[in-house]
Design a protein around this ligand. Structure first.
Ligand SMILES: C[S@@+](CC[C@H](N)C(=O)[O-])C[C@H]1O[C@@H](n2cnc3c(N)ncnc32)[C@H](O)[C@@H]1O
Length: 318
């Protein structure tokens, strides 16, 4: 589909009002660029570990919106200008300049698919559901994934670190808890490796649909992978649902700060001798994660593995 991009230069204080005005006239999904640093809460909510260095905020913001070619652009821009006139009465709109850029061909939801190609993690072939199996990989253990809008194609280093640890940890009796399951890639790989059953949690509701679809794509029955939206860190309902003292392996590929909190929650869910495989840890936070494990007498760290700038820590419950 063809889209035209318009960028309004305005003030940071006007951004919320402008976005709401655009929404009122049927323009959804605006893009905002400014130099206002994210709050700690925003950073956590977006699962970002390292923030870019920003120049000082000078109160200027750019609000971009996309309009598809089918719309009457002249009429729409008239409505935008009228909306801005109304806002100008009670807020400073700054420059209020609108720039139109070249028409682009964008499919926001599906654009990433062109970068997701079949790849291997040792003897496992991870393949988008829509691609065919490459001839040279026909002998590999096949995992098919369409993450949809959930996280987890398997291409990220942290997912691959977890998969390599799962290969060592999983056997035919394994009951696995997959915290932050996303597309379900880790749980599904564990099932393909022979695990008996998986329980997965995620904060993201999209994970529920993604896991269901990916189980189907892999020919795995739904009663082997149970999934729940919620936070095992602070929701007694989720903790109860997952169950206590019953897992051979827990895997969590999230972020160092979340792993540090999980170090105190996971022991109650693991069997004695069970393994906690963690990743999502950027190398500069490796020591903080190791310190958290060292502080908890329930765990002994067995192995630390690394790929690129990412780290995985595997610990055993004593
Ligand atoms: C990096 S993705 C990992 C997805 C997938 N497991 C993989 O390895 O590719 C992290 C996921 O953890 C989820 N998440 C973050 N904090 C969580 C928490 N406290 N409990 C459950 N899920 C969480 C996010 O929504 C996201 O889907």
């Amino acid at each position: 589909m063809k889209w035209k991009k318009f960028t309004l230069t305005t003030t940071t204080q006007a951004v919320d009002l402008v976005s709401s005005m655009l929404d009122d006239i049927g323009i959804e999904g605006v893009e905002i660029e400014d130099n206002v640093p994210l709050t700690e809460r925003e950073t956590k909510g977006m699962f970002i570990d390292i923030l870019p260095e920003l120049p000082p905020d000078e109160g200027v913001a750019k609000v971009s919106f996309y309009v598809d070619d089918d719309r009457d652009i002249e009429e729409l821009m008239k409505q935008v200008e009228e909306g801005l006139d109304e806002l100008a009465v009670f807020t400073d709109l700054g420059q209020r300049a609108i720039a139109a850029s070249e028409t682009e061909d964008k499919d926001w939801i599906n654009n990433w698919k062109q970068y997701f190609k079949p790849f291997t993690v040792d003897d496992i072939l991870i393949k988008p559901t829509w691609e065919t199996i490459p001839e040279e990989h026909k002998d590999k253990l096949l995992v098919q994934i369409d993450p949809g809008t959930a996280f987890g194609t398997g291409m990220h280093e942290t997912t691959q670190l977890c998969i390599r640890q799962l290969k060592k940890a999983v056997d035919s009796g394994t009951k696995l808890l997959d915290v932050g399951t996303g597309s379900g890639i880790l749980g599904i790989t564990a099932l393909k490796l022979g695990a008996k059953e998986v329980w997965g949690t995620d904060l993201d509701e999209n994970a529920i649909t993604a896991v269901g679809e990916n189980l189907e794509a892999n020919g795995i029955s739904g009663d082997r992978f149970h999934v729940l939206q919620g936070n095992i860190l602070n929701d007694p309902g989720v903790q109860e649902w997952a169950g206590f003292g019953c897992y051979d392996v827990v895997v969590a590929n999230i972020l160092a700060d979340v792993i540090i909190l999980l170090v105190d929650e996971i022991p109650v869910h693991l069997k004695q001798g069970g393994l906690f495989i963690t990743s999502g840890i950027i190398n500069m936070k490796e020591q903080a994660v190791l310190d958290a494990f060292a502080k908890n007498p329930a765990f002994e760290v067995l192995e630390v593995t690394r790929q690129g700038e990412w780290v995985s820590v595997t610990a055993r419950k004593r």
